[in-house]
Design a protein around this ligand. Structure first.
Ligand code: UAG
Ligand code: ATP
Ligand code: API
Ligand code: MG
Length: 487
């Protein structure tokens, strides 16, 4: 419990009606979760405007209401606070409510289109191995040391986020590695947090359904570096042409990593095989279990973070070389008849291209590459034809299928993908709407030693259709189908 006055510390308040000397039991931004003693924050969203639920929150005995526009009818038992930006106020108040947990540990945020989960997962494992108590906030799962707390978003909402950070502090964590999504930046989910450092992996086409233009998407990512404090580090991938754009206005100290330029943290790929990567990092040779050139960036970035946080470079490399990747990232199984099934979360054009390029590098001329790919519903539609084209360009056979259709018609998503298939590629492309059927078809078509890539869903253990999550696990379906078909 905190007093309303305490919660408003650092919040830009425009107007106050009622007492600030009232206790707040908890903070809610959803009126349906309001009960006596709760502070309700009215946030404007994509589907609804929280301001429409102010009366409902007051009726549910909210102790106070924070909003951008004061309601005409007010309840005398409620304190009303008018602020410039409710989402921003929510971030700051959530942090205040939990006594600013982010300032009590070294919090490092990773942003970028691809590689966030892989990077934070590597960092979590690395710092655990180095002997620290460590928290993790990621798309796959949140963690306090080895305790797993399911995640619903890549970056949790401000209240959940601070609650988790407070639990980490209580458990003795000294570090936390978290993903910072562009949605989180626009929605101010991380406002009020004190970061020890930030990392930029890369930026390519994604989420334009939400941000509308690529420029706005870049600005959302950049705003993370704008908020980093003096004394923090900003570590950027210098091989991405937006790397330095990200840190144009940051107060943090700028550091770069690269595979192509002479930067502070530098790596070179000596060999890239299905067994892993043979790298030279800052003059030291190491073997890593992660596969694919893109993972050299994730490993180098994690190494840079560790060094910037004061860890010994040699010890860091020794631990990194023994680490596995995050679940569903270039995960693979080999069937009895030597067909390799790769499961990868590539759900953006860039990721798909990287994964397929990696497969092309490690395949032999006799192995066929069969790609199964779909695109999510209620997400950026522009990437659909592009992903289908990439799959065709870099595979011998392509099966277009369904991903998480969410509230869209699966057939419409498939039709959007089909538009990207060039006439020359018609012959190598099949469309099988049912994902299980698609996997079955790929295995039927595969001959011994071929490679099947199942892209887009990685670690996900469900398929989301019309708001319902049905159990579905690409890896499990692959394994079962190999057995059923005796391959
Ligand atoms: C597009 C998006 O990010 N939406 C998020 C947003 O929802 P919204 O803007 O649609 O909210 P809304 O339904 O319009 O409601 C506005 C406000 O009114 C409130 N409300 C609503 C109804 C009611 O009866 N009472 C009430 O008070 C809501 O609680 C909300 O505060 O705010 C919600 C509450 O925090 C989030 O759960 C929701 O995430 C949705 C589920 C989602 O799918 N988000 C994805 C796209 C997302 O955030 N992804 C990113 C990145 C992924 C990546 O990197 O690839 C992530 O960080 O996970
Ligand atoms: N550094 C990288 N550069 C380009 N592609 C990458 C990189 N790292 C991983 N990928 C590809 O992107 C996919 C997603 O990786 P990861 O889950 O680490 O990214 P993410 O940024 O967390 O994605 P999300 O936005 O969904 O949270 C991987 O399965 C792989 O195909
Ligand atoms: N964090 C990403 C995950 C996409 C995964 C893919 N399987 C899909 O459903 O589009 C998003 O919410 O856009
Ligand atoms: Mg992620």
């Amino acid at each position: 419990m905190q007093s309303l006055q305490t919660l408003l510390h650092k919040v830009q308040v425009l107007n106050t009606i009622g007492s600030l000397d009232v206790p707040v039991e908890s903070i809610a931004f959803d009126s349906r979760k309001v009960q006596a003693g709760v502070l309700f924050v009215a946030v404007r969203g994509v589907q609804a405007d929280g301001h429409a639920f102010i009366t409902k929150a007051a009726e549910a005995n909210a102790v106070a209401i924070v909003c951008e526009e004061l309601p005409v009818e007010k309840n005398s038992a409620v304190t009303y606070i008018q602020v410039k930006d409710s989402a921003e106020a929510l971030g700051q108040m959530a942090s205040n409510f939990y006594d600013n947990p982010s300032a009590k540990l070294k919090l490092v945020g990773v942003t970028g289109t691809n590689g966030k989960t892989t990077s934070v997962t590597l960092l979590h494992k690395l710092f655990r191995e180095l002997g620290y108590h460590v928290g993790l906030l990621s798309t796959v799962q949140n963690q306090i040391n080895e305790e797993i707390i399911p995640s619903t978003h890549t970056t949790p909402d401000a209240v959940t986020l601070n609650e988790l950070l407070a639990k980490m502090v209580k458990a003795g964590c000294t570090h936390c590695f978290m993903e910072v999504s562009s949605h989180a930046m626009v929605q101010h989910r991380v406002v009020g947090l004190t970061f020890a450092g930030g990392v930029f992996t890369n930026i390519t086409h994604d989420h334009l359904d939400y941000h509308e233009t690529f420029d706005a998407y870049i600005k959302a990512k950049k705003s993370f570096f704008d908020m980093l404090p003096k004394g923090a580090f900003a570590l950027v991938n210098a091989d991405d042409k937006r790397g330095l754009v990200m840190v144009q206005n940051t107060r943090a100290s700028i550091h770069e990593f690269s595979l192509r330029k002479a930067t502070e943290f530098k790596a070179r790929i000596i060999d890239n095989t299905i067994q892993g990567l043979h790298l030279e990092i800052d003059g030291n040779e190491i073997w890593c279990k992660l596969i694919g050139a893109f993972n050299a960036y994730n490993l180098l970035g994690a190494y840079g973070v560790a060094v910037l946080l004061g860890e010994d470079p040699t010890e860091t490399l020794t631990v990194l070389s023994a680490l596995d990747s995050a679940a569903g990232r270039f995960d693979y199984i080999v069937s009895d008849s030597q067909i390799t099934g790769i499961i990868d979360y590539a759900h953006t054009p860039d990721a798909l291209e990287n994964v397929l390029n990696t497969i092309q590098q490690i395949r032999t001329p006799l192995q066929k590459v069969i790609t199964i790919v779909g695109c999510g519903g209620n997400r950026d539609a522009a990437k659909r034809p592009v992903m289908a084209d990439i799959a065709c360009r870099l595979s011998d056979k392509v099966i277009l299928t369904s991903d998480n259709p969410r509230f869209e018609e699966p057939q419409t998503i498939l039709a959007d993908m089909q538009k990207g298939v060039k006439p020359l590629d018609y012959k190598k492309t099949l469309s099988v709407l049912d994902r299980k059927e698609a996997i079955n078809t790929a295995i039927m078509l595969a001959e011994p030693n071929d490679i099947i890539l199942v892209a887009g869903k990685g670690h996900e253990t469900y398929q989301e259709i019309q708001g319902v999550k049905y159990p579905f696990d690409d890896k499990q379906v692959l394994q079962e189908t190999f057995q059923q078909l005796g391959k």
